[in-house]
Write a protein that binds this ligand. Structure first.
Ligand code: ADP
Length: 258
């Protein structure tokens, strides 16, 4: 079976700055591919290419075996690739259900009598959150009153409901504490169990190792490694993310004499 998303030797230049060079990765249904890297590693650039915001300059990008060159996020979304950004685009004062359907509101009636189908939106939102096991106090509260983790969970449930095949998550746990991170990772796993292919961008090797099936390490825009879960240990992943040999060198330099 072909991968949902397959990047082969993808490069991206901004003028003469190499943001990405020779990056390859695969995303399969029911699997989580983690992309790890420090600041400046090229993670955002990679997300922008997958989500259709930017186009790659070299290499190939395939969706279900078909080479693509998305020219907009809408085009990527139409192919089933949904991206949840860290700074979620929500309207804080609107209720959870309104945000769940933002931009895709169902209506009832015709002509001048046409209006938003509030009941359907409320019930669907409640049902979908429950189906993923997301326990909110209620769907009528303004989304701005939810915690960052809860908002991420709503965004994940939304992508699943609207039929995404691939879910791209931009550092969903970066701004969260330990407990909330755990909750978000649980729903990332729920999306995987629903059969989606997930791309999890993170700089936290512990979070990646908890849920990941494949790991792609980026360093200054290039691939620093690509491993299946059985091919790497948490210790090694952590060491590589911590800068590995660079940190050892630093520790040597910082060591006091005498
Ligand atoms: P990360 O998300 O891992 O921090 P980025 O993808 O943002 O990394 O950046 C990768 C490299 O590309 C960096 O050197 C960054 O300065 C450069 N870069 C990113 N976006 C642009 C841009 N729009 N114009 C010029 N250089 C950019």
């Amino acid at each position: 079976m072909s991968a949902l998303v397959k990047l082969t030797d993808v490069s991206k230049y901004y003028g003469n700055i190499k943001a990405l060079e020779g990056v390859s990765l695969e995303v399969h249904p029911g699997e989580i591919t983690c992309v790890l890297g420090d600041n400046g590693a090229g993670k955002s650039t990679l997300i922008k290419i997958i989500s259709g915001l930017h186009q790659h300059d070299a290499g190939t990008y395939e969706v279900e075996g078909e080479p693509v060159r998305h020219t907009s996020p809408r085009e990527a979304l139409d192919r089933g690739i949904a991206t949840v950004y860290q700074d979620l685009a929500v309207v804080p004062l609107m209720p959870v259900w309104r945000n769940f359907f933002l931009g895709s509101e169902p209506t009832r009636g015709r002509g001048p009598a046409r209006r938003l189908d509030v009941r359907k939106m409320r019930e669907t939102t409640r049902g979908e959150l429950l189906r993923m096991g997301i326990d909110l106090r209620g769907v009528d509260q303004p989304i701005g009153t939810l915690s960052g983790g809860e908002r991420q969970c709503v965004a994940i449930a939304r992508a699943v409901y609207f039929g995404a095949k691939v879910l791209v998550l931009d550092e969903p746990t970066a701004a969260l504490g330990v407990k909330q991170s755990g909750v978000v990772l649980k729903y990332v796993a729920a999306a995987r169990d629903a059969g989606l292919g997930v791309v999890l961008i993170t700089h936290n090797p512990h979070h990646a190792f908890l849920v990941g099936d494949r790991f792609v390490l980026l360093k200054r825009g290039a691939m620093a490694g690509s491993y299946p879960k059985t091919g790497i240990t948490l210790e090694e992943l952590t060491r590589q993310m911590a800068g590995g040999s660079e940190l050892e060198q630093l520790s040597h330099e910082l060591a006091r004499e005498g």
